[in-house]
Structure formats: C-alpha cells, structure tokens
Write a protein that binds this ligand. Structure first.
Ligand code: MGD
Ligand code: MGD
Ligand code: SF4
Ligand code: MO
Length: 738
C-alpha cells in the first residue's frame, strides 16, 4: 500500500492539489518520496536514528525527539526530559514536520522585480542577495546613520542577526512579543517585584491549591507543559477561578467563572485586595518583611467593596466573594496567573498587572509553594568578540516616550518610519515575524513600508510581509538547522540544543549563517569569528560543565539550581526595586506622573449595533504561522466569528451564515462563518487570530476566514511601557453578499 493511500489525512492533503504532488517529487529528488509520514505504527518503516531537538511552532520551545529514516522524519514526539514538554508535544508540534514538505515554502533567495507589494521576484544566489542587502544598508548608513536601520525579529535566530546589526551600529531592534504580547506584564511585575517573569512562567502548578486566570484561556492557548500541569492540578483538587467575558474551554471547568465586562478585571482585583485587607486575611509575615506602601494601598482600596466592583464588572458580588473565599482558604498556595498576551486596553493593562502582582504579594504567594516559584537560569557565557560600538539612543528613548519600557517597541519603530521622528528609519530587516498580522493597524504598517528604501525579509513562507519585501532570504525550517542554545529557567535550570534533524532539500540557510555571512559582507565579520556553528556553541558552553557532544546526544542537560525555588520564611532579600522592597505603592510611577496605586480604568461600551472585537487562540494554530501547514490546515482550515443569539437574531443572522466584519472606517474582513453561541457576552464578538491572510503564495491559507488584525485600527498605546492595547476596536457584522 502506498503511504498516501494508507492514511486518510495525508491522502486528503495530497489529493487536494497538484502542488502537493509536485513537492513530493521535489523532496523525492533528495532521496525520499515524503518528508514525513502519518502511517500507523504496524505499517511504518523503522527509524534509523532518533535526533533530539526542540520545537519552534510556538515560543514554548518544547523539547522533541525526531524519529528519522534517511532524510524523512517519521515522527516527532515530546522529549521526556524537557520540563516544557514532559514527554508530549501539542497538536501543532506533532504536525511540525509537515512544514518541511509545504510546497509553498521559500526555496531560494529572491529580489523584487515588480512594484513593491505586488509579490513578483526573481531568484538569485546567496552572494548576490547578501551584496544587495549590504549595499542597501551602506547607502542608508551613509545618508542617515546606521540607526536608520531597524531589526524586527521573533524567534531563535533573531539574537545573532541582532548581533550583526548592533555591531553595524543600530540600537533599533524590537519584537512583537513585547509591545503586542507580554510587555505590560513585564513592566508591572518589574515595577512591583523588581523583576519581570521569564517564559515559561514560573507557576507552581504542582503544589497549588487555587488557580486564578484572567483571560489566559489554557487549553485553547496550548502552551504544552502549562496545560499538562494545569490538568494535573485540577485532578489533585486545586480550585479554579476564571475571569473571561467568554465561556472559554477553561472557564467551562471553573469553580467560579466571572463573565465580566471586558476590561473590568481591575475592579474585581481591587475588591479582592479590599477584602484581604479589611478582613485581615493577607499574609502579614510577607507584608511585614518584604513590602512597602501598605498603608497607602489600604487607603486606596478602602471603598472598593464587592458591591462597587459588581456594579462596574456586571458580575454578582456574591460570586466575587465566593472566588475570594477559595483564594483565602488556599493561601499562600494560590497561583495568580500573570497572563501572557496582556496587551488588551493600553495603560489599563499595567494597572491590571500591578493589581495582579499586589494580590500575589498580599497572599504571600510570590516565590512560595503553590504560587509563583523563584526561577533559576543557567549561567552561560556570550560568544566572545570585539566591543560593540557606542550606540545612539533608540527611537523610543530619543523621543522621551515610555519611561518604563525595558526594550524598544515595534510600534515605536513603525512610528519613526512613518513620521521621520525623532529621526528617520529607512531600512528594515524582518526575521520571523509577519508584521502585517502581528501589529495593530495594518494601514500604518503599509504606510511605514512605503517610506522605506529597503525591506529585507527572512522567512520560511511567502507570507504577507514577504510580499512587500525588496529582498527575501529563505531560512531553513527549524528541523533543518542549528540555532543558538536554549537557556531554560525553571526550578532547575537547563540548556537545550536545536540541531538539524534532516538537511534542507532547498537553497535555504539557517539564521546563524545568514547573520555571519551578512555580517562579513557588512564589515563586522570579526563578531562572528567561528568557522562552524559547532565552534560557536562549544565556545559558549565553555565553563558551563556541559559539552556539545552531550547536548547532541541528549538534547537537554538539566543543571542543579543554586537557590531554592521558594523564599525562606526568615530569608532576607533585597528586591531589585529602588526601595529594595516589594512596592505596593510605586514611587517610581508617581515620579513620572503616573498613578502609583492600581487604578480601575473603565472601557467604553460599544455604540448601538456595534461589538467589541475580542480574539484568542486555537489549540491547533500558532498566531499567523501555521495556517498553511498541510496537516493543521486539513484539521482546522478556518476560524469562525462568535456572536450571542440575543444579538444575532435581531440582525437576521443565523448560525453558519457567512459574514463580513467591519470597523468604523470601512475596513472589512471575511467572509467567515458565524458561530451563534451563548458562550460569549452579547456586547462582544470573538475570533481566533491568525486567519484571513492575504498572501496568494500561501495556497492553503490565503483568504480563509477573517483576520482580527485587518480590522484592528484603533489601538491604545500605554504611555508607561509603550505596549499596544488591541481589544479596543468596535465592529459591525453583516451577512456576506447582502
Ligand atoms: N495554540 C496556541 N497556543 C498559544 C499560542 C498560539 O498561537 N496558539 N500563542 C502563545 C502566546 S505567544 C501567547 S501570548 C498566549 C496567548 O494566550 P493568552 O495569554 O491566554 O491570551 P489572553 O488574551 O489572556 O486570553 C484570551 C482570552 O481572553 C478573553 N478576554 C478578552 N477580553 C477580556 C477581558 O477584558 N478580561 C478577561 N478576563 N478576559 C478577556 C478572551 O475571551 C479569550 O478567552 O498563547 C500562547 N499559546
Ligand atoms: N491582532 C492580533 N495581533 C497579535 C496577536 C493577536 O492575537 N491578535 N498576538 C500577539 C502575540 S501574543 C504575539 S506573541 C505576536 C506574534 O507575532 P509573530 O511572531 O509575528 O507571529 P506570526 O504572525 O505568526 O508571524 C511569524 C512569521 O514567521 C515566519 N516563520 C515561521 N517559522 C519561521 C522560522 O523558523 N524562521 C523564519 N525566519 N521565519 C519563520 C512565519 O512564516 C510568519 O511570517 O503577535 C501579536 N499580535
Ligand atoms: S507548545 Fe506545541 S507548538 Fe509550542 S513549542 Fe510546544 S509542541 Fe511546539
Ligand atoms: Mo505572545
């Protein structure tokens, strides 16, 4: 029996289009008919080796074991020794090998031939491509200074490209994982505890007795080990409180679900803080030993009763109290999830993050069993090299914005490119981020791109951002390449290795090699003084007690922690805040004119006939990066728009209707299928992010479903940390074709 006939899934994928057959032919030219297999074990060919590496389909970066025969991956499994995998991969991770044989892959460097944005390119060799990039960057540097070159990046290859561009003289680099993702949490926790939380979040599920989730839709948000640990905690009997205007998968399991008005979490948080203080239930030892600003906080929340919060959040006061009692009974083993995608409403996000951090402190749950533990990171040296040049101020700093942002913002770089202020940015290098989907307000992104003299994109697929590129550099798929070390923080620190599982069948290269070779072309080759990447890795591992050979064989080495994951009862600790204490009251915020205590900021209700646009994750897709994956597309080809029946019916809309969704300025997305459901508040609609892409080169994903990004025009910018609130758009819904 042929492989395709033996597996419904892979047969459907192959039958769908001649393209898939062509790819099989192309891959076949390298030795094997297929780059992956979905055969049942009894029929499956035997692997000739198992190669450990780690996943890149999302940034949980789970360890994996690849069973390989020749140049064909038979199976990807979770690595048993990786804390973030625990022997399993999520559905996306398991399907990762299919991206190798995606017939739409970028297969060689390309230079634009038609007008920018049209997506017409000619193939060139790597030398020609590097030379064109270097000449373009040199022109920009001569005319405007090296700071006019910006790097946007997301993923493991980014830091080496950053090394090349910083050595060349630019301070301007940013990732959407800050301003569009967890930036507000970084700022809020750093202001309160003196440190930001790492990824994976140090959540002590194994010992928790109560879990509190603000949004954080675990199960749909499929961060592998976090979901496994959550399920184990539930089985052990830990209680669960979920705040979400939507009955998410996890909300459906909660002991208390608070279907609150969007943006009213801080009101509920302040009521919980009020109850802790009024009833004397807070952890006095933690507060006495570690905190400052208690009295000011007490005065601030004096009137924040459950009834007050109930009126603002539309959830019954008894439920707010019921949730409170679950927390109080479990303290200090209460896990207040800090959230991850927290860029919801702008400045209000920092206020909410501060209130979450303060609640955690008052429960005595910071660096405590069952709360948040103290993570340990491995100590590994940087690759040696010359001193980096003195850099000018980055655009955010030069414009005096965002005083508490620990890093530059993507939106700041885009603003400078659009407006030329505080100084112009004229060239972008974009690695592993589809800025068209990942930044709010596409119009501003396209406008910024039209001001560029040069746009270089390094990607694996012809996504939307690639369409606008002047020069395209195709990267190897993550299973074909080395990347920099994974330095894992957790109860035990660890070092993980990504290594090539199979070779790339195409003229693609890994990011480290692009960084080195482009660096040489740019005259900064002495920052990359290694011959092979194994030399680079060996140099970094020196003194760590771990060898490259051991990592190649095992994939991961766990190290002993140098500190306990929990703060001892009498342990003195100098918190990395200006006062050396946990700052319930933030003098830092006050000094810049911001509220030093968390304020509730009301979000407006949508106008009549409009809905607040909410969005989230599907367990089978990552952002906008997996929609073209042959297997994942087969299982989940599109998204739907959730709408409550009480508002759908008067609009004449029925379940499964094809609808268009528009904002107030005429931008529309769709058509997409309507899902009429009581699981969403009646003044909101909801869709999964990542669909509705407009990239003809993605032959499966192109135009399927709707894109939240396409209609997300009115975003809010937080003046404290520069992150973008993106739950701020009101939309209308109409039946398609009417
Ligand atoms: N399968 C899969 N998993 C992923 C990812 C992926 O792409 N795919 N991406 C990963 C990444 S990088 C991130 S950042 C995370 C994102 O995942 P999360 O951090 O969990 O995202 P949130 O925005 O917190 O959660 C979305 C939920 O918030 C609810 N919500 C909307 N408005 C409000 C509100 O005002 N208050 C409250 N309490 N809830 C609200 C929505 O209804 C929705 O259920 O997921 C990670 N995991
Ligand atoms: N509207 C809206 N915007 C959002 C979000 C949202 O939910 N809604 N989520 C936000 C969050 S939480 C995050 S973390 C960000 C995510 O933002 P991004 O990381 O920009 O996410 P993607 O849109 O998936 O873009 C990934 C790009 O990398 C490419 N790629 C995939 N693998 C590789 C690789 O190995 N090498 C290279 N060079 N390229 C690769 C893909 O083809 C794709 O073009 O988006 C943020 N923006
Ligand atoms: S959670 Fe899933 S997609 Fe993300 S790294 Fe792990 S296996 Fe890969
Ligand atoms: Mo994210």
């Amino acid at each position: 029996m042929s492989q395709d006939a033996s597996s419904g899934l892979s047969r459907r994928a192959v039958l769908r289009g001649a393209g898939a057959v062509t790819t099989a032919g192309v891959v076949g030219a390298t030795g094997d008919a297929h780059a992956f297999s979905l055969l049942q074990p009894a029929e499956a060919p035997r692997a000739d080796r198992v190669v450990p590496s780690f996943c890149e389909l999302c940034f949980w970066n789970c360890g994996l074991l690849a069973s390989v025969k020749g140049s064909r991956i038979l199976e990807l499994r979770g690595h048993p020794d990786y804390p973030n995998a625990q022997g399993k991969l999520c559905g996306r991770g398991q399907a990762g090998a299919a991206s190798i044989r995606d017939e739409d892959r970028l297969t060689s460097p390309m230079i634009r031939v038609g007008p920018r944005g049209e997506g017409k390119f000619e193939r060139v060799g790597w030398k020609t491509a590097y030379r064109a990039v270097a000449q373009g960057f040199q022109r920009t540097k001569t005319q405007y200074g090296a700071e006019a070159i910006a790097l946007f990046y997301h993923g493991k290859g980014g830091p080496l490209l950053r090394r090349a561009l910083v050595a060349y003289g630019t301070p301007n680099f940013a990732a959407p994982s800050y301003a569009q993702c967890k930036g507000a949490r970084d700022v809020a926790y750093k202001l309160t505890f003196g440190e930001k939380l790492p990824s994976p979040e140090p959540l002590d599920f194994d010992a928790t007795r109560c879990m509190v989730l603000f949004g954080s839709h675990l199960g749909e948000n499929a961060h592998n080990s976090q979901v496994q640990e959550f399920v184990r905690a539930r089985r052990r009997g830990a209680s669960l409180i979920v705040l979400d205007p939507r009955l998410s998968t996890v909300a459906a399991q909660a002991d208390v679900w608070l279907p609150l008005r969007p943006g009213s979490d801080t009101a509920v948080l302040l009521a919980w803080i009020h109850l802790l203080l009024k009833r004397g239930d807070y952890s006095q030892p933690f507060v006495d030993t570690h905190c400052t600003g208690f009295d000011k906080l007490a005065a601030h929340v004096d009137s924040c009763t459950p009834d007050w919060a109930s009126a603002l959040s539309d959830v019954p006061a008894v439920d707010i109290v019921r949730a409170y009692e679950l927390m109080r009974n479990a303290k200090p083993a209460v896990l207040v999830h800090p959230g991850r995608h927290v860029s919801w409403y702008g400045e209000a996000d920092i206020q909410r993050g501060r209130a979450q951090a303060i609640l955690t402190a008052l429960l005595g749950a910071f660096w405590a069993p069952g709360g948040l533990f103290r993570p340990s990171a491995p100590n590994v040296r940087d690759f040696p090299g010359p001193d980096f040049p003195e850099l000018p101020k980055g655009v955010d700093e030069a414009s005096g914005r965002f005083p508490f942002a620990p890093e530059a913002t993507t939106t700041g770089l885009r603003d400078a490119t659009r407006t030329g202020k505080p100084y112009p940015i004229k060239a972008w290098f974009v690695h592993g981020t589809n800025l068209i989907q990942s930044m709010p307000n596409m119009e501003e992104t396209v406008q910024a791109i039209s001001n560029l003299d040069l746009l270089v994109v390094c990607d694996v697929l012809p996504t939307e951002i690639v369409r606008y590129a002047d020069i395209v550099l195709p990267e190897d798929i993550y299973l074909e390449r080395y990347d920099d070390l994974q330095l894992g923080a957790g109860k035990k620190p660890y070092i993980g290795l990504r290594q090539p599982v199979i070779p790339s069948p195409f003229d693609t290269r890994p990011a480290w090699r692009i960084a080195k070779e482009l660096g040489e072309e740019l005259g900064v080759g002495d920052f990359f003084a290694f011959d092979t990447f194994e030399d680079y890795l060996t140099a970094r591992l020196e003194g760590s007690g771990v060898s490259l050979d051991e990592l190649k064989a095992k994939g991961i080495v766990q190290l002993e922690a140098k500190q306990s994951p929990y703060l001892g009862p009498k342990e003195a600790y100098a918190w990395h805040t200006p006062s050396g204490k946990v700052e319930l009251y933030s003098a830092q915020l006050a000094s810049k004119g911001f509220s030093p205590l968390p304020e509730y900021v009301a979000q407006p209700r949508p106008p009549e006939g409009s809905f607040r646009l909410l969005y989230g994750r599907s367990p089978l897709h990552s952002f906008a990066r997996t929609q073209n994956n042959p297997i994942l597309h087969d299982i989940a080809p599109s998204n739907t728009l959730w709408m409550h029946p009480s508002v759908a019916t008067p609009l004449g809309l029925k379940n499964k209707d094809q609808v268009m969704v528009s904002n107030g300025t005429g931008q529309e997305t769709g058509p997409m299928e309507l899902q009429v459901t009581e699981r969403i508040a009646s003044d909101c609609v909801y869709m999964v992010h990542g669909f509705g892409q407009r990239a003809p080169g993605l032959r499966r994903a192109n135009g399927k479903g709707g894109s939240d990004s396409e209609i997300l025009r009115n975003y809010a910018v937080d003046p404290i940390g520069g992150t973008t609130g993106m739950r701020t758009e009101f939309v209308r819904v109409r039946k398609n074709g009417v």
